[in-house]
Structure formats: structure tokens, C-alpha cells
Design a protein around this ligand. Structure first.
Ligand code: IMP
Length: 454
């Protein structure tokens, strides 16, 4: 069977911890979208591994797959694999031949276009994600399978590189270097292709996964980013360029929707909200320069709210894994979660970071929005409309700081009562049961209510 893990908010919900936890029972862990924009930290035998592309399951001896919906930077891929090997691990990573390749000109153009966009900039990770998906849709991309065939690779590069070079030089008036040089790219990427072939790393993803499922194995499908960063269902244009939502799991692996639907789809919820990048955020508590729109040091919020935001940011370690940028912080946004529950069809929830909020006197939740004089309960379709929404808050009594490791051992009933009230509110509003509760950053610090593979 499959278990699909999806971020229900704006990324960084703690998906890695849940993948790690439930992934123990999986034989294969596959990513279905995104690329090296997805930072995740894995702690294994006391060592911390910071990864952005290799699925975390590969650190734990699972087969890790980058599905066809992913965009793959071979340089990052091999760097991460080599680092893991230097530390004595033997990660088994496979890459879909249908996945698209991030080339150096994609990274260069990501930076150039972000600078050009000003107010429309999404605050990207500058890993070339958007430009690579653009070329995929424009049918001028280079796929992993093309790296294995030098003639095809050469033909693709000869078509596309002059266009990219002209774009950088003539439209954006930038100087270009070897990242736009056909011969250099050909030699470098042909060698990557040789290494992929030598190490037998490429697969026909859908066929590979279906055979595993037919053999009775457990497959985990790991989404990166989150629902509100989805190119279709997120806060366009402040989104990533792929589909983190559950539908992406079928298109991005080659497994049928009925196969994914026969399994479980687990929504990962952070007990508050964090955001890397720009765009509106109705429940924002404190701002971050260059990310919060019109930020002038106060976002119109009070000094107390700024202080609270800083407290939550520091307690929750809300700094980007890939970029180190401070994240914007806000209260939980229920309209965003209702939207996510519908778009993904969650069968269960994992609510993380309730320990981060411990010790606060009250915990607020954006229960609904006031939008043009009306109360609404889900996100409106355009980001301009979302920017006009004012959150209507509901207050919950806070819960105390406790020995969370002991809570994780003792189970759900050991969670402080007020925190359980908060969790039950979320479950009721989304009509979806809570399967797991994250009570700390450590591997064992999760209360498991339900194991989807059992
Ligand atoms: P891109 O994916 O680098 O193109 O960035 C597009 C938007 O998605 C930006 O707002 C990024 O900050 C955001 N984003 C991309 N990856 C992540 C992630 O792993 N966590 C949180 N935000 C992300």
C-alpha cells in the first residue's frame, strides 16, 4: 500500500519527522515533486544530516526514489550521496528517467528573474526550480534519461541554450559565463549521465513502484513544500512551480490515482504557521524584512506580538534549512487548513510542534476570515482576495511545559489537557483524525495514535 505525506500549509511543517517515523515500515520512499529547494534534517545514530534532495529514508537503508515529477540537480544529488558515503552510509537512491534536470542556466535565471520581479518575486530558494519546470512545460527541458544518451543530450542543449543565453543577455542585460556554454554543459552533464548509468541509478518510476506494491511492499510518497505553495492550489504567484498536493503524487510517480487513493493521505500540520518568502499572511504575528509585504519593522502589529513571534521563531528553530533565512511566523490558519483538507482528501493528520507553544498563556487560532464584510471559512481563490482577508481569532487556554519525552512514551492521554482540546478542535474542524502529535524535535518525540501501515 501507499502512504502519502503532504504539507498542509506553507512548507516546513515537519514532514521529515513523520516520514522518518512512519517510513520505518516502508520499503521504498519516493519524492514526487520539487528539487533541492526542500531542506530536511535527518538525525541518524547521533549524526545530523542536512539534505535537500536525497529522500531522508535513504539514510535509513530504504530505497529512496526521485520521481518523474521532481527536478533534479545532479551536482546536489552526487554531493549529498558522496557526503553520506564519506560518513559510512550506502544510500540506495534511484532517479526517474522522466524527471527533469536542473541545469546551471536555470539557477542563473532564477536569480535574475527574482531580482527583476520586485513585488511579484516569490522569494525563491534560487535553486532553479521555476525555470526548470517552465522548460518542462515548454517542451524544451532535458530529462534524466537524456543524460544517458549523449546524442540526445547534445541535440537538446543545442536547441535550448542559445535561447536561454539570449534571454539572459538581451532581455535581462546580464553577462553570461560557462553556465550558458553548450560544450561545457554537454561535457559536464554527459559525465553525470555516465555516473548515473555506472551506478545503475535510473528507473522507470511508475513501473518500479507498481512492481513493489504488487509484491506486497509498503511505499511512502513524500511531498515537499506544502499545499499553499502548490502552483494550482497555493497563493499564486508566491508559490513553488510544482504540485505538492496529493494529486501530484500520482502524476509525479506514475502510480494511478486509485492506487494512491486506496492508501492513506496524511496531512502534516504545524501547530502554528511559518512562511519562507513573500505574499500575504492573514494570521502573521511578526514580520521579516524583505519577506513581509510593506514591512517597516512592525507590520502594524504590536511590540508584544513581535516579541511573541520572535519567541516562537527561536523556540521552533524557524530558520530555513537550505537558506538559513528567518521564517515569518503566525497563528494557525484554519481556512488554509480546510482548503488543504479538501484539496488533498486527508485520511489522517500529524500535528507537529505543540511543544513550541507550551508555556504561552493563550494560543490563538485564525478560525475564519472576514472578507469584504462576510465571514468565510476557506481560502478565496486569488491571492489579492486572500490579502484582503482579516483573520477572526479564537482563543485557547495555553498548556504548560512538560517532560515531552515522557509524554511521547506515555501516549495521547499524557498530552496536557488544553493541548488535547486544541488538537481535537483541529480534528473536528477538518473532519479528519489525528494520527500523530509531534512533541519535540527528536526522533522519539512523537505521540503515535495510529500507524497507517498497520
Ligand atoms: P522555489 O521553490 O525555490 O521556486 O521557491 C518558491 C516559493 O516556495 C518561495 O516562497 C520559497 O520560499 C518557497 N519554498 C520552496 N521550498 C520551500 C520549502 O522547502 N519550505 C518552505 N518554503 C519553500
Amino acid at each position: 500500500m501507499t502512504v502519502t505525506i503532504v504539507g498542509s500549509q506553507l512548507g516546513d511543517e515537519g514532514k521529515g519527522g513523520v516520514v522518518d517515523l512512519y517510513g520505518d515500515a516502508a520499503d521504498v520512499v519516493a519524492r514526487y515533486q520539487g528539487g533541492d529547494n526542500a531542506g530536511h534534517t535527518v538525525v541518524h545514530d547521533g549524526t545530523k544530516y542536512k539534505l535537500s534532495l536525497v529522500p531522508s529514508g535513504a539514510v535509513r537503508g530504504k530505497i529512496g526514489i526521485l520521481g518523474n515529477g521532481c527536478v533534479v540537480n545532479p551536482e546536489t544529488l552526487f554531493d549529498e550521496i558522496d557526503t553520506l558515503r564519506e560518513r559510512g552510509l550506502e544510500p540506495d537512491v534511484r532517479v526517474a528517467e522522466r524527471a527533469h534536470v536542473i541545469l546551471p542556466y536555470h539557477r542563473a535565471l532564477d536569480g535574475i528573474e527574482e531580482a527583476e520581479k520586485e513585488d511579484l518575486a516569490a522569494g525563491t530558494t534560487k535553486r532553479g526550480i521555476g525555470p526548470t519546470y517552465e522548460d518542462k512545460a515548454g517542451r524544451r527541458g532535458v530529462r534524466v534519461g537524456d543524460l544517458l544518451d549523449p546524442d540526445v543530450l547534445r541535440e537538446r542543449l543545442e536547441y535550448v541554450v542559445p535561447q536561454k543565453k539570449a534571454l539572459a543577455e538581451e532581455v535581462f542585460d546580464k553577462e553570461t559565463g560557462e553556465e550558458f556554454d553548450i560544450d561545457h554543459l554537454y561535457e559536464t552533464y554527459r559525465e553525470y549521465g555516465e555516473r548515473l548509468a555506472d551506478e545503475n541509478m535510473t528507473v522507470d518510476c511508475g513501473t518500479f513502484l507498481q512492481e513493489r506494491i504488487d509484491a506486497g511492499e509498503n511505499v511512502m510518497l513524500e511531498g515537499a513544500q506544502g499545499t499553499s505553495l502548490d502552483i494550482d492550489h497555493g497563493v499564486y504567484p508566491y508559490v513553488t512551480s510544482s504540485n505538492p498536493t496529493a494529486g501530484g503524487a500520482t502524476v509525479g510517480t506514475g502510480l494511478g490515482p486509485t492506487v494512491i487513493g486506496d492508501g492513506e493521505v496524511i496531512g502534516i500540520v504545524k501547530a502554528y504557521l511559518s512562511r519562507v518568502g513573500t505574499g500575504p499572511l492573514p494570521t502573521e504575528l511578526g514580520g521579516v524584512e524583505d519577506q513581509t509585504p510593506d514591512y517597516e519593522g512592525d507590520v502594524g502589529t504590536t511590540a508584544d506580538e513581535e516579541e511573541l513571534a520572535t519567541y516562537i521563531r527561536d523556540e521552533g528553530g524557524e530558520y530555513g534549512t537550505v537558506t538559513g533565512r528567518p521564517r515569518r511566523v503566525g497563528w494557525l490558519d484554519m481556512p488554509m487548513l480546510r482548503h488543504a483538507a479538501r484539496a488533498n482528501g486527508f485520511t489522517g493528520l500529524a500535528v507537529n510542534h505543540i511543544d513550541v507553544l507550551a508555556g504561552l498563556e493563550t494560543v490563538e487560532v485564525g478560525h475564519s476570515y472576514e472578507f469584504d464584510g462576510e465571514e468565510i471559512f476557506t481560502m478565496p481563490p486569488t491571492t489579492e482576495q486572500w490579502g484582503r482577508c482579516e483573520a477572526t481569532f479564537k482563543s485557547f487556554d495555553g498548556w504548560p511545559e512538560v517532560d515531552w519525552a515522557a509524554v511521547a512514551d506515555d501516549g495521547y492521554e499524557a498530552i496536557p489537557e488544553n493541548a488535547r482540546t486544541y488538537l481535537e478542535y483541529i480534528a473536528d474542524e477538518l473532519d479528519t483524525p489525528v494520527y500523530a502529535v509531534g512533541v519535540g524535535p527528536g526522533r522519539g518525540e512523537t505521540v503515535i495514535v495510529e500507524n497507517p501501515y498497520e
